[in-house]
Design a protein around this ligand. Structure first.
Ligand SMILES: O=P(O)(O)O[C@@H]1[C@@H](O)[C@H](OP(=O)(O)O)[C@@H](OP(=O)(O)O)[C@@H](O)[C@H]1OP(=O)(O)O
Ligand SMILES: Nc1ncnc2c1ncn2[C@@H]1O[C@H](COP(=O)(O)OP(=O)(O)O)[C@@H](O)[C@H]1O
Ligand SMILES: [Mg+2]
Ligand SMILES: [Mg+2]
Length: 505
């Protein structure tokens, strides 16, 4: 994808500031300048958009407002330009003229100024008027009803400028913290990525259907939009799950448009919400093993609906599940207590155990406090080594006769420095990388997911490679951006092309 001309976006003060007294009234009772509703979200997205962005305002703006805008520009590392006072021959700011020569330029504003508009358009700028009362029909100005529609309109205009049929627009929906993590890595350029993808956030404040009609692909982490999961019914999308309004609109749109490319289909993600279904997937993988290579397997597991000791003792024996046992909620993600776990050393410790039910009991694998996090991103497999929980014996010391309860995302009892040092370097029991990479490809074929992660621990003694977790769309933070981002973009395009390929057959 040849990089086209850079894109320059200039945001007029009228678009950004709460309309207070008319500009220049200098009235003393003016409220302090503030950003209009929806502007902070717009600026946050533009910051990592790979577009050139500048804030502009008329020279004669009162200093408290211009100072506020200058500070705002600095916070988001945007440019900051003053529009010359309207003299006879409107002369654009020098910089804007310079940009006209080198870039595709867009001017977004909320006030109509016919002279300025025609001056801009004579210099090749596209003007976008946002939610201004008086329409500006026919003057080549693009009208946008609400500020939440601005980015989608901008991507449509950019795509037209580039006029290359291979450019695809990806609308994305995920929780803000995850979006920020990805955006900071450059994952969501509003300007085509190397392989021709343009990313735009889907707004849950305006109807989703009209937005989805404008994009080629929707990328989502549906587990960020789960309101609750019925723990007593086996999860089988959409059964047992209730979603936010916006996510429900996306789900409905996809049902009504079977050829639309959703990454990933909800039914394909659904098993990863349930640690029992994850276990079943991993047990199937056990059939894959290569002579003379370490065994790749799932932990011995057992689902329980309660922790009543009598019944439990029998069931543990039947499942030949020995202590120590790690106890996890059957619901794997999407709800706040999906990561509340416990390490239990004896049957008595199950009484009043605070792990949500139904629960999955798993053999605890001594793995020298080292975990291998594998990330499958399209047809690429990456892995990172992270500090993990130490061998059970050292955890038992610190927990007396109590179970060790923790939250796996927040308070995982990882090994202390001295515990890591104590761990004998298991000779020959290290990771068999290509065994796991082979398994990763099989997993990808059976899961039919574009991006997923799974955790492998190597059991001390046996050297068994035990897969203890499987996640949909993790953050793969440990993979360098230079490798992770191109893989991320390729994965999305591959999924799109294979979906379109299937539609044709
Ligand atoms: O279990 P892991 O490997 O730590 O992966 C987690 C996991 O994907 C988790 O998602 P979820 O299970 O809550 O859906 C992610 O947390 P949030 O969704 O709360 O952000 C983590 O980002 C994942 O960690 P990692 O990115 O290191 O794989
Ligand atoms: N069966 C197991 N044996 C030993 N350690 C485990 C086992 N299962 C999980 N762990 C440890 O607990 C951590 C959290 O468990 P995991 O299933 O990944 O929970 P989550 O899905 O919340 O991330 C793992 O990263 C690993 O360090
Ligand atoms: Mg995990
Ligand atoms: Mg997980």
């Amino acid at each position: 994808m040849a990089m086209e001309r850079p894109v320059q976006l200039v945001l007029d003060a009228s678009l950004l500031l709460e309309p207070s007294d008319p500009v220049g009234s200098g009235g003393t009772d003016e409220a302090p300048p503030a950003l209009r509703r929806g502007v902070e979200a717009l600026l946050r997205r533009l910051r990592y958009s790979n577009l050139g962005v500048a804030i502009c305002h008329p020279e004669e703006m009162p200093t408290n407002a211009s100072g506020f805008l200058e500070k705002t520009a600095a916070i988001y590392s945007f440019g900051y330009i003053l529009l010359p006072a309207p003299t006879g021959n409107h002369s654009l700011n020098e910089l804007m003229l310079e940009w006209s020569r080198t870039s595709s330029c867009f001017y977004a504003t909320s006030i109509v100024d016919e002279d300025l508009f025609s001056e801009l358009q004579n210099n090749g700028w596209r003007v976008i008027a946002v939610d201004n009362q008086c329409g500006t029909k026919g003057s080549g100005v693009v009208n946008v009803g609400k500020i939440q529609e601005l980015l989608l309109t901008l991507t449509a205009l950019i795509k037209k400028e580039i006029a290359s049929s291979s450019v695809l627009t990806v609308g994305y929906a995920m929780k803000q913290s995850r979006e920020e993590d990805f955006a900071k890595r450059g994952a969501f350029p509003l300007y085509p990525s190397k392989n021709g993808l343009i990313f735009v956030p889907l707004s849950f404040e305006i109807p989703l259907a009209s937005q989805l009609q404008e994009v080629d692909i929707a990328l989502h982490k549906m587990t960020d939009e789960i309101i609750n999961i019925d723990p007593n019914c086996s999860i089988d999308f959409p059964k047992g799950i209730s979603f936010s309004g916006g996510m429900s609109e996306i789900i409905r749109f996809v049902e009504e448009h079977p050829s639309f490319c959703i990454i990933d289909p909800f039914k394909n993600i659904s098993p990863l919400l349930d640690r029992l279904q994850i276990q079943e997937i991993l047990v199937k993988l056990q059939e894959f093993c290569i002579e003379g290579r370490p065994k790749l397997r799932a932990p011995q597991s057992l689902k329980v609906k309660n922790f009543d000791a009598v019944d439990l003792q029998k069931r543990l024996a039947e499942a030949n599940l020995l202590f120590p046992i790690i106890v996890k909620p059957q619901v794997a993600c999407g709800v706040s207590d999906a990561h509340n776990m416990a390490l239990v050393f004896q049957i008595g410790e199950f009484s009043n155990l605070s792990v949500p039910l139904p629960a999955i009991l798993q053999e605890y694998i001594d793995h020298g406090s080292k975990i291998f996090k594998f990330y499958v991103i399209g047809d690429k497999v990456f892995h990172a080594i992270k500090n993990s929980m130490p061998n059970a014996s050292s955890l038992k010391l610190s927990s007396g006769d109590e179970p060790l309860t923790f939250n796996s995302l927040k308070t995982l009892p990882v090994a202390t420095k001295e515990q890591v040092l104590q761990t004998r370097v298991e000779d020959g029991k290290s990771l068999d990388i290509n065994l796991v990479e082979e398994a990763a490809k099989l997993l990808k074929d059976s899961l039919r997911l574009t991006i997923f992660g799974f955790d492998v621990v190597v059991q001390e003694g046996s050297g068994d490679h035990v897969i203890v977790d499987l996640n949909y769309l993790p953050s793969f933070k440990e993979v360098p951006d230079s490798e992770a981002m191109p893989a991320f973009w390729d994965a999305i395009r591959q999924s799109y092309e294979s979906k379109k390929g299937k539609m044709q057959t």
